[in-house]
Design a protein around this ligand. Structure first.
Ligand code: SF4
Length: 250
C-alpha cells in the first residue's frame, strides 16, 4: 500500500450531527430546558408555614440528647444513619459519657464499642474524641454558641453546627439535610443546586416568626409526607400551594 493510501485510511470520518428525535418538536425541547420551576410567591410561602405550624405547633427533632454536648455528638453521629439507629447507640453511650471530659476518659476504643452499629463508626469515633479534646482544651468543656466556631470542630459541618445552635441555643438557623433540600426544591421555596445554597436562601426568605422551627417542620414533612421516592401528595396539607409537577394520588 502506498504512503498516500495509508495516510488517507487513518483520517477518521467526521461524525454525523445528532438527528432530532422523531416526534419531539425541537422548539418544545428548547422551551422545556429554559423553563425552571418558579418559587412560591410570598403569600403562598407564608401559608405553607402557617399550615405546618397549625399541624405541629411545637415540632421536635427525633434525636435523643441531654445537653448541648450530647446533642452535638448525636447530630455528628447521625450522618448516613437513621435517628432510630443513633438513639439506640447513644442510649448506653450517654449513660457512660455525657460530657467531653467523660468522653475523653471513655477513650476512642470505648466509644467505638458503643457506636459500632453505625455507618463509618471508626471515623465518627475519631472525630468525636478529637472534638471533645478541643472543647476541653479551648472552650472549657462547653459547646460554643457559634456556627462559625462549631464548623471548625472535627467532623462538624454547616448542617450539624446549624442544628446544634438552633436546638440548644434558639438561634433560628435553617439546617438543610436531604429531606429539606428535596421539599424546598419541590414546592419550591427556593430553586437551588446545593444544600448550602438552600440554607442561605431559606434563612433570607423565611420570616422571623417561622424561622426557628422551619428546620423541624420541613424535615418532618420530608420524612413522613414528601418522601423521596413517592411523595404522599394526596394527604399533604400544602398540596394546593405546591408546584411539583408529578403529584401522586392514592
Ligand atoms: S404536594 Fe406532594 S410534592 Fe408537594 S409538598 Fe406535598 S407531598 Fe411534597
Amino acid at each position: 500500500m502506498s504512503d498516500l493510501k495509508q495516510a488517507t485510511r487513518r483520517i477518521p470520518k467526521p461524525k454525523a450531527a445528532a438527528k432530532p428525535r422523531a416526534g419531539v418538536p425541537q422548539k418544545a425541547v428548547r422551551k422545556s430546558l429554559l423553563k425552571a420551576p418558579k418559587p412560591l410567591d410570598w403569600a403562598s410561602m407564608i401559608e405553607v408555614f402557617r399550615r405546618l405550624r397549625e399541624a405541629n405547633p411545637e415540632p421536635r427533632g427525633e434525636l435523643d440528647y441531654t445537653n448541648p454536648y450530647t446533642l452535638l455528638v448525636a447530630v455528628a453521629l447521625s450522618a448516613q444513619a437513621t435517628d432510630v439507629g443513633v438513639n439506640k447507640a447513644t442510649r448506653g453511650l450517654f449513660a457512660a459519657a455525657d460530657t467531653p471530659q467523660a468522653m475523653l476518659a471513655l477513650g476512642e476504643e470505648g466509644l467505638r464499642q458503643h457506636i459500632r452499629t453505625l455507618n463509618f463508626f471508626n471515623t465518627k469515633a475519631r472525630n468525636v474524641i478529637a472534638l471533645s479534646r478541643r472543647l476541653v482544651e479551648e472552650f472549657g468543656g462547653e459547646v460554643p454558641n457559634s456556627v462559625e466556631i462549631l464548623e471548625t470542630l472535627p467532623g462538624v459541618g454547616r448542617k450539624t453546627a446549624s442544628v446544634v445552635v438552633n436546638i440548644a441555643f434558639g438561634d433560628p438557623r435553617v439546617a438543610v439535610d436531604t429531606h429539606i433540600f428535596r421539599v424546598a426544591n419541590r414546592l419550591p421555596l427556593a430553586v437551588t443546586r446545593t444544600p448550602l445554597d438552600t440554607q442561605a436562601a431559606l434563612e433570607t426568605l423565611i420570616p422571623d416568626e417561622y424561622r426557628l422551627h422551619a428546620h423541624h417542620w420541613l424535615i418532618l414533612h420530608g420524612r413522613y409526607t414528601c418522601k423521596a421516592r413517592r411523595p404522599e401528595c394526596w394527604r399533604c396539607p400544602v398540596n394546593d400551594l405546591c408546584g411539583y409537577p408529578d403529584k401522586t394520588i392514592p
